[in-house]
Design a protein around this ligand. Structure first.
Ligand code: FES
Length: 319
């Protein structure tokens, strides 16, 4: 995966909702920013961390990237460091990457955003509206004051296609997932981004209604907690050298590889971004990531060593 970086300047930062700030990033060297498609994110290097943030401006724009960051009470440091930044400061970012693109053959799209999950979904809505593609957007939030970009959405050309659902609002406006997610119609695609529980609810409802996985598109921000009490040790073998490395019960594969001097690119360290994705030549991985689809996990030919482990005694890795 590309690790190319560039310097940008924070042209503007705004409070978009309670605990949510947006950052408008412009090129520092005058060179045009790389184009991006709806659903893209950038890696942002901040405070010694590398964090992924979705681009939420209109993907037709070339002069800026807009990201929005929720100050997470359980922050491991990234969102706190972002919220301390001011306009005028420089940042190192990657060029845009996209694991959450729009399906080009869609006849209709249903978009679901939970909280800060609005960021890639808003970019998708901008794109679908620009090409006059039919879509509906359901935007769920704990309360109106925690929902970012509501004014921008209401003022947009697609505002009438957006239904707001606030947890503390009247019963009539609450999201009824089973009603919003019909039985799958030919050519309809569903996109969801938000907290894990919200996404599981939307995806679970769609699966119950018979939606095929190929038409369910999702992007997770954080991995669900995993019970690690029964984790055991196993071995990984490096295919190129034959070296065998033991992974201790309380150690990640990435950490074990790193102690042996083998450094695999990584970023989120929780199975969300896909940066560490590694091919598995032999053995059976135990997937704990949110990056691969269930079908991709079932194939067992790659895994995320930052969080996933092994069901077999040994995994042979294409390293
Ligand atoms: Fe992000 Fe492994 S580092 S999935």
């Amino acid at each position: 995966m590309s690790t190319a970086t560039r310097q940008v300047r924070i042209a503007r930062t705004s409070v978009e909702a309670v605990d949510i700030r947006s950052f408008e990033l412009v090129a520092e060297d005058g060179v045009a920013l790389a184009p991006f498609a709806a659903g893209s994110h950038i890696d942002v290097h901040v405070g010694g961390f590398v964090r992924q943030y979705s681009l939420c401006n209109d993907p037709q724009e070339r002069h800026r990237y807009l990201i929005a960051v929720l100050k997470d009470a359980k922050s491991r440091g990234g969102s706190t460091a972002m919220h301390a930044l001011e306009a005028g400061q420089s940042l190192t970012i990657s060029d845009p990457k996209n694991h959450f693109g729009l399906a080009h053959d869609a006849r209709h799209s249903i978009l679901f955003a939970g909280g800060i999950g609005i960021t890639p979904i808003l970019c998708m809505a901008e794109r679908l509206a620009a090409v006059d593609a039919p879509f509906a957007l359901h935007y769920c939030s704990r309360s109106a004051d925690r929902a970012a970009f509501t004014q921008r959405i209401r003022n947009s050309s697609f505002g009438v296609r957006v239904a707001f659902h606030f947890d503390d609002g009247p019963e009539a406006q609450k999201l009824r997932a089973a009603e919003a997610i019909d039985t799958p119609q030919e050519g309809t695609h569903l996109y969801v981004c938000g907290p894990t529980g919200f996404m599981d609810r939307i995806l679970g409802t769609a699966r119950e209604r018979g939606w095929p996985e190929a038409r369910l598109h999702r992007e997770y921000f954080a991995a669900a907690p995993v019970d690690t009490t029964n984790d055991g040790s196993f071995e990984v073998q490096i295919a190129s050298s034959g070296a065998v490395i033991r992974v201790a019960p309380d150690q990640t594969v990435l950490a074990a590889l790193s102690s042996a001097g083998i450094h695999v690119p990584m970023s989120c360290e929780q199975g969300v971004c896909g940066t560490c994705l590694t091919r598995v030549i032999d053995g059976t991985p135990e997937h704990r990531d949110m990056y691969l689809t269930p079908d991709e996990q079932a194939k067992g030919d790659c895994f995320t060593p930052c969080c996933s482990r092994a069901k077999s005694a040994r995994l042979v890795l294409d390293l």
